[in-house]
Design a protein around this ligand. Sequence first.
Ligand code: GTP
Ligand code: MG
Length: 202
Amino acid sequence: MQIKSAEFIVSNQEVEKCPKDNFPEYAFIGRSNVGKSSLINMLTERKSLAKTSGRPGKTQLINHFLINKNWFLVDLPGYGYARVSKSTKKVFQKFITNYFERREQLVLAFVLVDIRHKPQKIDLEFMEWMGQNQIPFSIIFTKADKLKPKAIDRHIDDYKTVMLEMWEEMPSYFVTSSSKSIGKDELLNYIDEINQAFYEGN
Ligand code: GTP
Ligand code: MG
């Protein structure tokens, strides 16, 4: 899929105020600093469409980006950011869970995980919560430029082993790097297939 247009539409904390359009929507979620906003910029080839930062906790709202005028990419705040206050964390958690529980246009969430790390409890628990709430998700491994190919394979194998303790099968997954544009076509083609099924079925 070619990206012909990518525009920021709206930011907010309330799922009720998200765009009303019935476009298929894909949300990026994961720990703070994992690279959600950077990946949106990489996919759309817009350097600063989504705001990024070396410091965790940059994205603080639900951000809708309209792509090719017929689907949305959604940038969300990260979870697991230790330096925000407990009360801020609660507000974050509440509007993020509201978003996932109530957003009817959401067709798929992408859970981003840093490929360099061993499977983290917070990510595994989040995926478990998604499963319990029947919210479909795929996994995106980020920052693949930081590892050599063999290490990438090893880390993915380790991830699969841990996932298979909890799930019957490994969800579909993608290996990406925003700084090296790795995984762009695979991800966009995957989204394109789902979009096509969405529009044929509607
Ligand atoms: P929050 O909004 O705080 O939840 O973070 P985020 O998940 O949106 O992360 P963001 O995209 O802001 O990136 C965090 C940091 O990781 C920045 O310094 C990015 O430059 C860096 N980063 C993101 N993706 C990659 C990548 O693929 N490779 C490398 N080397 N660095 C990356
Ligand atoms: Mg962000």
